[in-house]
Design a protein around this ligand. Sequence first.
Ligand code: PHE
Length: 341
Amino acid sequence: MLDKDRINEILSEIENMKAKNAEELEVLRIKFLSKKGAITELMGEFRLVPPEMKKEMGMRLNELKTRAQDRLAELKAEICLSDEGQEELDLTRTSYPVPLGTRHPLTIVKNEIIDIFSRLGFTLADGPEVEDDWHVFSSMNFAEDHPARDMQDTFFVESHPDIILRTHTSSVQSRVMEVQQPPIRVICPGRVYRNEAISYRAHCFFHQVEGLYVDQNVSFTDLKQVLLLFAQEMFGNDTKIRLRPSYFPFTEPSAEMDISCNICGGKGCAFCKGTGWVEILGCGMVDPNVLELNGIDSSKYSGYAFGMGIERITNLKYQVKDLRMFSENDVRFLREFEAAN
Ligand code: PHE
C-alpha cells in the first residue's frame, strides 16, 4: 500500500543495503527498480492516491527513486574500487585519460606562412637537408673561393667534403629550377643547419621559409607588394615594412626587410632596441647568373626570392625569449600554445 510508512520503510532498506559484487548489486537493482521492483510497484499505485495527497506523495516517491538510483551507483563505485570488483572493470579501456597533444609553435607559424602564400598562388616545394655543395653554394652563385661562403658556418660531412648540411633553404631554389621552367612560384619551408655556439639567441639548427618567383617581367615592385601583403596578414593591417640595401650572392639587388615592431607598435622598446623596426627577412631579385646556372634563360625571364627564419617570426608573434625552448620539448612550454592550435 502506498503511504508514508511504506516509503520510509523502503528508504531505510535502501540506506542499509550492501553488495559485495556485481551479482549482489544486480539482485538489489531488481528488488527495487526493475519492472516488478518495490519502487516501481509503488509508482503504479500512485493513481490511487487521493487528489489532496498527490503532490506530497509524488514528491516523496520521486525522492525515493532518485535516492535508490544514487545508492546503487555508490555501491557500484565501491565494488569497482575493491578487489572483488575487478571483473567489473572494462579492460579494453585505456588505463588513464590520454591528454591530446598540441602543435609545436614553429609548426603553427609555418602553417600560417604557408597559408598566406598559398592564397597568393605559391605552391610548396622541398629538398634534402643533407645537400651537396652545388645546390647550397655553387648553383647559388657563390664563387669557389668567394668569402661569401664564410657568411654561413657550414657543417661538413667529414669523409665527403662535397656533402654538407644545408645552411639555407635557398638550395631548394636550385632544386626547383633544375626540373621546372617558368612560371615558377614556390615556397619552401624546411630545417637548416649552421655551426654556431648554442645560446638563447642562436642554435645549430633552425627553420626557414624560402620564396621564389620566376616569370617574364617580374619586378622589384612585385616583390615589395607581396612582402607587404605577407607582413600585414601575419602581423596585422597596420604593419609597415622597410627595405634596406644588403648583399647576397644569389640576388641583385638584395635587401633586408624590417617590419614596424609589432610589440611596441613602432614606438621603440627593448625588443626592437628602441628603433621601432625589426628585421624579418632577406630578399632580392634573382641574380641572372643564378637563372643561367640553373638552366633558365635570363634574357627572357626574371624573378625574385626571399628567405625568412620561422623562429624569428614566431618570436615576434609570441615573444619567446630563449630560442632553445623550441627544441627542448618541454610540455609546459608547448602547452602554452594550446589556444593557437
Ligand atoms: N638564404 C638567405 C639566408 O639564409 C636568405 C635569402 C633568401 C636572401 C632568398 C635573399 C633571397 O640568409
